[in-house]
Design a protein around this ligand. Structure first.
Ligand code: AHR
Length: 520
């Protein structure tokens, strides 16, 4: 296929920092791309947990973002904000990781149970040195998961906590037998044990979780994980602390030494930020390119860590769990630097779309991922300010991509022009396809080029299309974002630039857009 020469290259002058002229040119230019979808070769299922979330005791994620307390004038159910819970239900959050992050390795769960007024306070040393009153603890977390309709994923304390402490937490949550922990839970108002499947044995133990070497952590994992017991018919899926980005030695060591004891290995990778500007909203096209290039690096990370895992686990029994990922920008001016409160633009929506397409493509190995974080921290779904709440562009991507949850991954071949900055380039289009239980085919596309539309010819091999529909997320400016005053600057709209063909469809993806197409 003849691809038109790339027209979306930006002039070198744009690389100089100026007050950003963030209104991209109207997309009168275009380039071609071709996608072949092998509908007849579906094999792997896209685990819905790829669309998971992460909530830490950090800034206003838990307190004010999710938890306002029963006496708050903000409408709540047992202390949990009704507006935020309702928004999260819409994106079908499948799984939620808690209580950290770095906080997890300093958290002592017994401080977070019993009558709230009697719970001890602690200093949240990692995140702003603020007082943590422990009003949100184990019972409140399980209530949150029940209200949102997601599975809990708890991260235990290896860095500063004991083996017995971890053992007892699992017992407190899941035991129905006769034991001091079961009695304690009943005394605190919960008669029946909860179900808990996902349990992380420490967080970033190569860093904030104890600065361990992989060899030392492997031994710690072996010891702690031994006491993470299965009570009754509850079965725990044990997730080991995995590598920091491209630390392949960590993966190799863990797989070699404790591969047999783990069910999942957690990878963390944040992409940040811009070439020159670290601001979430004030950036130019050079920064746009830089961040999206960094986000696209997830493909290499997942591929290379998977190759190492394949060596020790060719059956793919162990899941690669990307339990922290997303864009990390400068905090919003005037906010506590330890609270990691950042705005979220169309650029972040593209980061989410590209990354989720990558995870889908690796569905056989990547079986959970948790974006950081759910509310008011880093690349969040929603932002809150007292009684106000706004949905971010990233939220809308998660909502558009719900169609992939538990659907069959359809193998794809994509040919696309590159989007380049100087000598650096990335594919201008990213795509992923799946077929749901009702037989509908969904293709999600990202056009990373902010200056040119992508004319995509899509061949659906092994399927006959009769009906098409679509939605697109885009905006006039590369830094478009939603505010409490203007909450609908960036939101999905019906997408009609598509046509059925004999072999599939053609679609014209707007510049800088995320698009979902449904074919029946
Ligand atoms: O998500 C914020 C922090 O980033 C987490 O606490 C930590 O695990 C990571 O370094």
């Amino acid at each position: 296929m003849n691809l038109k020469p790339l027209i979306g290259l930006f002039a070198p002058a744009m690389l100089l920092w100026t007050t950003p002229d963030v209104h991209a040119q109207s997309a009168t230019t275009s380039f071609n791309a071709k996608l072949v979808v092998h509908v007849d070769q579906a094999k792997d299922t896209i685990n819905r947990n790829i669309y998971g979330q992460f909530s830490e005791h950090l800034g206003h994620c838990i307190y004010e973002g999710l938890w306002v307390g029963e006496d708050s004038p903000i409408p709540n159910t047992r202390g949990l904000r009704n507006d935020v819970v309702a928004a999260l239900k819409q994106i079908k959050v499948p799984v939620l990781r808690w209580p950290g992050g770095c906080f997890a390795d300093e958290y002592h769960w017994k401080d977070g149970i019993g009558p709230r007024a009697q719970r001890p306070s602690m200093i949240n040393t990692h995140w702003g040195g603020v007082t943590e009153n422990n009003h949100f603890g184990t019972h409140e977390f399980f209530d949150l998961c029940e209200q949102v309709g997601c599975e809990p994923y708890i991260c235990g304390n290896v860095g500063s906590g004991g083996v017995q402490e971890m053992q007892q937490w699992v017992e407190y949550i899941t035991s129905g037998g006769i034991s001091p922990m079961t009695d304690e839970r009943k005394k605190n108002g919960r008669e029946q044990p909860w179900k808990l499947r996902y349990f992380g044995v420490g967080n970033e133990n190569w860093g904030c979780g104890g600065n361990m070497t992989p060899e030392f952590y492997a031994d710690q994992f072996r010891r702690y994980a031994t006491y993470v017991r299965n009570f009754g018919d509850n079965r725990i899926f044990k997730i080991a602390c995995g590598p920091n980005g491209g630390d392949y030695k960590w993966t190799e060591t863990l797989m070699r030494q404790v591969g047999r004891q783990m069910n999942g290995l957690a990878l963390h990778f944040y992409c940040g930020t811009g070439l020159k500007s670290r601001s979430a909203t004030l950036f130019d096209e050079g920064d746009w390119f830089f961040l999206l290039r960094n986000a696209s690096h997830m493909e290499e990370l997942v591929t290379r860590h998977s190759e190492i895992m394949d060596k020790y686990d060719p059956e793919k029994r162990i899941a690669l769990v990307v339990d922290e990922w997303g864009a990390w920008h400068q905090v919003e001016p005037g906010t506590n630097p330890g609270f990691l409160y950042q705005q979220n633009t169309l650029r972040d929506a593209l980061v989410a779309g590209v990354t989720l397409n990558i995870f889908n493509g690796h569905a056989a190995r990547v079986r959970m991922a948790n974006i950081a974080q759910m509310v008011n921290v880093l690349q969040s779904m929603v932002l809150t300010d007292k009684e106000k709440m706004v949905l971010t562009p990233t939220y809308h991507v998660f909502e558009m991509y719900t169609v992939h949850q538990d659907a069959k991954l359809l193998p794809t071949e994509l040919q696309s022009a590159d989007y380049a900055s100087g000598a650096d380039k990335i594919p201008a289009v990213s795509a992923s396809a799946s077929r749901d239980a009702a037989g509908r085919i969904h293709v999600t596309f990202c056009n990373l080029n902010p200056n040119a539309a992508a004319e995509v010819t899509c061949e659906l091999q092994g399927a006959k299309t009769q009906k098409l529909s679509g939605r697109a997320l885009t905006a006039p400016a590369i830094n478009a974002h939603n505010t409490f005053e203007q909450p609908e600057n960036v939101k999905p709209a019906e997408f009609t630039a598509l046509k059925v063909t004999d072999t599939g469809f053609v679609a014209t993806l707007p510049a800088k857009s995320v698009v979902v197409i449904e074919a029946e």
